[in-house]
Design a protein around this ligand. Sequence first.
Ligand SMILES: Cc1cc2nc3c(=O)[nH]c(=O)nc-3n(C[C@H](O)[C@H](O)[C@H](O)COP(=O)(O)O)c2cc1C
Ligand code: SF4
Length: 520
Amino acid sequence: MSIRVYVPRDAAAIAVGADKVAASIMKEAAARGIEIEMIRNGSRGMHWLETLVEVVTPQGRIAYGPVTPRDVVGLFEAKFYDGAGGHALYQGLTEQIPFFAKQTRLTFARCGLIDPRSLEDYRAHGGYAGLEKALAAGPVATVDQVFKSGLRGRGGAGFPTGIKWKTVAEAKGTQKYIVCNADEGDSGTFADRMIMEGDPFQLVEGMTIAGFAVGATRGYIYLRSEYPHAKVALEAAIEAAERASYLGDRVLGSAHAFHLEVRVGAGAYVCGEETSLLESLEGKRGLVRAKPPLPAHVGLFGKPTVINNVLSLAAVPHILAEGPEAYAAFGMGRSRGTMPIQLAGNLKHGGLFETAFGITLGELVDDIGGGTFSGRPVKAVQVGGPLGAYFPRALFDTPFDYEAFAARDGLIGHGGIVVFDDTADMLKQARFAFEFCSHESCGKCTPCRIGSTRGHEVLDQIIEGKNPAANMALVEDLCQTMKLGSLCALGGFTPYPVLSAIAHFPEDFALKKHHLEPAG
Ligand SMILES: Cc1cc2nc3c(=O)[nH]c(=O)nc-3n(C[C@H](O)[C@H](O)[C@H](O)COP(=O)(O)O)c2cc1C
Ligand code: SF4
């Protein structure tokens, strides 16, 4: 009987040599006459252990990591294929590794567990139960269940998904669209990618349910160009779903049609903003549209359109399959369910950690992430991507919750956490925020187009010690103008990293002045 071994085909694992590890295992097995069935799964999300090799044993899946091609012969010598524990890279049962065991995996329940190329494996692990329930319940009840689950958009703004779907369902029009926002531009985020590579059928199913619920017959996945592995995985899943009638003119024999295509972007951060994404999808330059009208009324090609993030859509099959109450039972306040949190930056244990809302920032950084990789004290944590605020240790009691972060002038955004140690210079980080905005601005409105460039010019002057007090006042004034006068959140939220750096780390701004100003 062959031994089943899992080696991820996730891009993060491939980046550290997973393909070579898989090839070395097969070569060594052939040389030793050992029969191995190799499955290329998604990542389990413990990135410091990649390449994570798992072997199926009667006790469960045993993990070894981080495995490099050089370790493979030693693993065979230690009989890793029996799940033997005598090797330095032995991690025990995968699901008992503390980082994994502490999670509540609803959206990521199958990611890393199944073969992402196998529709049968997806179905064997509960896949398509949600679509079947939706088809049986009808469109109105489906929208209602998403509403009752309390699901809010995971792309950044946290808008209730059920309300968005209801608006599109009630909009007039024979042609409606589902657009999945897979642009995933936020720094330190990779959850969308992991789902698309590790459990692509789940996104396909979520979009099919959305199409059925609002009466849309066509969907597009707008994928960032930096995700070639996700493209391959999604296209394979779409093809398999079409063959099995999960997509097509009659979804599962019903009267409902749903067709799905992947479209690749060209690498602009602002194309993650929903209206410029729609422009880009229509083949135009990614310029932000003024709202209203909302995309729910006038969206892709002028038609009513649901635009949702990958994680929002991927949460839907579970909600339909298990019921909205089961999902809403997790979380705190108005933040219901779970959030796949992405731990990145200077951390010992970086990776994907799905948990109910309510966990504190301190727990995530110190306990789950294990503190800094460098071993130095944590100085700042940027939550929510490049437009998110920098939080100091004093705010580590903030629970992961949309409202709690907003109350402290922060945002949880797409759930990315980037950790910095005490060598970070927050004045330079503030300058970077302006520079990033000036680079990525679509240029449609003046506060963002001109303000961001003026912002990093003024911070350059402060760095050089020129008129620090007057220039600091100018920065704060500029931030207020950008906050209040920008058309979209790129210009509107760039002040958050800048102002939080000034508010929480004034010493970095003062230190430069003292250092650079003439003595006396
Ligand atoms: C500059 C900018 C970039 C954005 N980038 C993304 C992105 O990469 N992915 C995403 O899902 N949402 C992004 N958003 C949010 C989208 O505009 C929109 O709110 C989201 O796609 C709606 O889906 P949701 O309700 O499921 O979150 C961005 C917003 C702005 C202002
Ligand atoms: S804020 Fe910036 S990105 Fe947004 S519309 Fe204005 S110029 Fe474009």
